[in-house]
Design a protein around this ligand. Structure first.
Ligand SMILES: [Zn+2]
Length: 302
């Protein structure tokens, strides 16, 4: 049972929008690519977890803080007697270990994911003690990408390779696990002590003025230049009704500028291609909630 689903991180959403509407530096682009890859890996692992048939509670993407240290856990899985930590890596290609250091085959060192897992485990243990929670914690490092290989992998390490995932799920399913109300209370407790937003977002500086306005094609991500009879037509051939396109653009506006109000004027300027105020107003009125009165009114999510 999933009680905390995974959503795309704010960093990923913002960088995706910025990548289309501004020019990111090479470093920012690399960071975005890594975030995308990481997210794809996590979603792929979530799919695997759906094969679990034992009674358990799943919490995805949880952020905690203890002793002034913020740490994130990809997936927590609570069974009758154990709290599992899953750290998911979507690494691709060949890697090797030498004296506890991890390298790619081209000899560039990467940070040791086992150390990261150990760190998460000890921070989580500390946090649980602080809150008087007694449960045994078992960590696993999951490599999800079938094109990953690790030379000199240590035996008896908590690593699950792609070729072992099936057996791992089967082993888990063979465990007996009967959940009680206490387990659900524990899961609720974990949710209540988590952070909802990371205080350390790695985002580039940007301002409203420097961001390119317009509606982005839902298929190829270039800016739409043609609008007629309520339909947007992209040079790639993709056609889309104005309503879903405007809603998508409002969502981008919200991600990039959470402090700006959603008003007809603001969204018309943001979309840039819709000449009629009326059209924008109608879409906002039917899909968002009107807040306030008269000139100071704006729209908000239902
Ligand atoms: Zn297109």
């Amino acid at each position: 049972m999933i009680i905390k689903p995974r959503s795309e991180s704010l960093e990923l959403k913002v960088l995706r929008c910025l990548n289309v509407r501004t020019t990111l530096t090479k470093k920012e682009k690399n960071y975005l690519t890594n975030l995308e890859k990481g997210h794809i890996g996590e979603v792929a692992f979530d799919k695997w977890l759906k094969n679990l048939s034992l009674e358990c509670i799943v919490l995805h993407d949880i952020l905690f803080e203890t002793n002034n240290t913020v740490f994130q856990i990809d997936t927590l899985l609570l069974t009758a007697d154990t709290l599992y930590i899953f750290e998911v890596k979507n690494y691709e290609g060949d890697f090797y270990i030498e004296k506890d250091l991890w390298y790619t085959l081209t000899k560039s060192e990467i940070s040791n994911p086992l150390l990261q897992l150990n760190r998460s485990q000890s921070l989580l243990n500390r946090l649980l003690i602080e809150h008087g929670i007694h449960v045994s914690v078992v960590p696993y490092l999951i490599f999800i990408n079938p094109n990953f290989h690790l030379y000199q992998a240590p035996l008896n390490s908590p690593i699950i390779f792609p070729t072992q995932l099936n057996r791992f799920i089967n082993t888990m399913n063979n465990k007996s696990s009967k959940l009680s109300k206490n387990h659900f209370n524990l899961a609720e407790k974990l949710l209540s002590i988590r952070l909802t937003q990371s205080p350390y977002l790695r985002l580039p500086d940007y301002s409203y003025e420097q961001i390119k306005k317009g509606i982005v094609c839902g298929s190829c991500s270039s800016f739409i230049t043609e609008f007629s009879d309520g339909v947007l037509i992209c040079s790639c051939g993709f056609r889309e009704g104005i309503t879903p396109a405007v809603i998508r653009s409002v969502e981008e506006f919200k991600v990039l500028f959470p402090d700006r109000k959603i008003t007809t004027s603001n969204i018309q300027e943001w979309c840039n291609i819709v000449p009629s105020r009326k059209i924008i107003n109608k879409i906002l009125r039917t899909h968002y909630k009107l807040m306030g009165y008269g000139k100071s009114s704006y729209y908000s999510e239902y």
